[in-house]
Design a protein around this ligand. Structure first.
Ligand SMILES: *Cc1c(COP(=O)(O)O)cnc(C)c1O
Length: 393
């Protein structure tokens, strides 16, 4: 029996993906100025960024970053537990806990790692994790890595989730959901999921990567928007890399949860702390995201304008009140061709294709930012009318 060669196998998989026209393409962005980017010498208005509040280039974040880098240097030099933890990390954790209305918060290097950390620390063999079918890849991977059984329920369907929990009455259970679904922009039924979890004694974990800074009173996120306390939603995870414009992530919840994660979350224990300068920049970002309601209002005006303008032009959208506003297309090749035409017209709007979305679920994923001008949005809608052609429904 001959042993398969791993590099030959991955090359085959890549060739197969290329034949299907589904290759992912890596491109270098030459410059960024607010929502304007330059790629391959061409200036584009960017509708792909998760920088929903336009904070990634904000002077207050730049100032906090450079001031703190002057103080500490660049790298933290060690994991949190081995000397990498500084005042800036501690202050940011306290600020995040207060903002989200939780007892404590704990920083991770990325949202992906935070999700792996929670899954690995809370779940193990014999347990079950019940997940929305459209959850982010990192949540799926977290359960796989934990050894718990992964079962999925129909998208945003509380009855379907309930059936999955009832089918496993004796296993320790977590129910995990994106708060804002990253490829659809719609919201999870958080209040009903919270009630369901209480009924079945399951632990609710909410990934609010796209809600923090965008939704809720003072931008505190989807749980604040749904008025769910720490008791209602015991595990909250969010990233610092999207609306907050930096990088890193956090988990927030009870003291018992955070103390447990510090001991048992391997992606927390065995990795270098994020640079203190990033923690300081994120802290400045939280101040703005919490206090600058005008900036958030501008984003929501853009969302309303985009949806009204699409309706007026007969462009079908998905039900979303968030900055994620996908234009459904279906066929992958068509979606790619439309993305290409939009680029020629001066807009960067990525085509999202399988496996990131279900088969025949290709779409143009428009993401809006407070940094956009009203005219950017009107021009994008006009360009969509041209590229989608006369039959748009
Ligand atoms: C982006 C994203 C993550 C990962 O966060 P990073 O900080 O970018 O690693 C996790 N969950 C969801 C739903 C996301 O959209």
């Amino acid at each position: 029996m001959s042993r398969p060669d791993l590099l030959a196998r991955i090359a085959d998989a890549q060739a197969q993906r290329a034949r299907a026209g589904l290759l992912r393409r890596l491109r270098t962005v030459d410059s960024v100025e607010g929502p304007h980017i330059v790629v391959a010498g061409k200036s584009l208005i960017d509708f792909a960024s998760n920088d929903y509040l336009g904070l990634a280039q904000h002077p207050a974040l730049r100032e906090a970053l450079t001031r703190t880098a002057k103080k500490w240097g660049v790298g933290a030099g060690a994991a949190h537990l081995l000397g990498g933890h500084r005042d800036e990390h501690a202050a940011l954790e306290e600020k995040l806990a207060r903002w989200t209305g939780r007892e404590r918060a704990l920083l991770f290097s990325t949202g992906y790692m935070a999700n792996l950390g929670v899954g690995g620390a809370l779940l193990g063999n014999g347990d079950v994790c019940v997940q929305d079918k459209l959850n982010h890849a990192s949540l799926i991977d977290a359960t796989r890595l934990s050894g718990a059984e992964l079962v999925r329920y129909r998208h945003a369907d509380v009855d379907s989730a309930g059936r999955q929990l009832r089918a496993r009455p004796h296993a320790a259970a977590m129910l995990t959901t994106d708060a804002v679904f990253s490829m659809d922009g719609d919201l999870a039924p958080l209040v009903d999921l919270s009630t369901l979890c209480k009924t079945h004694n399951a632990t609710l974990m909410v990934d609010d990567a796209h809600g923090i800074g965008v939704l809720g009173a003072d931008g505190a996120g989807s749980l604040s928007d749904a008025d769910l306390s720490q008791n209602d939603a015991p595990v909250l995870m969010s990233t610092l890399g999207k609306a907050l414009g930096v990088t890193g992530a956090f988990v927030a919840g009870s003291t018992a949860l955070i103390d447990g994660l510090i001991q048992f979350a391997r992606p927390y224990v065995y990795t270098t702390a994020i640079p203190p300068a990033f923690a300081a920049a994120a802290s400045a970002a939280v101040d703005i995201a919490r206090d600058d309601n005008e900036r958030r209002a501008r984003l929501h005006q853009h969302i309303a304008r985009f949806r009204d303008g699409a309706a007026a032009r007969g462009i079908a959208l998905l039900p979303s009140r968030t900055p994620i506003q996908p234009v459904p297309i279906g066929d992958s090749a068509t979606a790619s061709a439309i993305a290409q035409q939009l680029e020629v017209a001066g807009f960067h709007v990525p085509a999202i294709r399988p496996p990131s979305v279900p088969a025949n679920g290709a779409r143009l994923r428009v993401s809006l930012s407070a940094a956009h001008a009203q005219s950017d949005i009107e021009r994008l809608l006009d360009a969509f009318v041209v590229v989608l052609g006369p039959k748009r429904h």
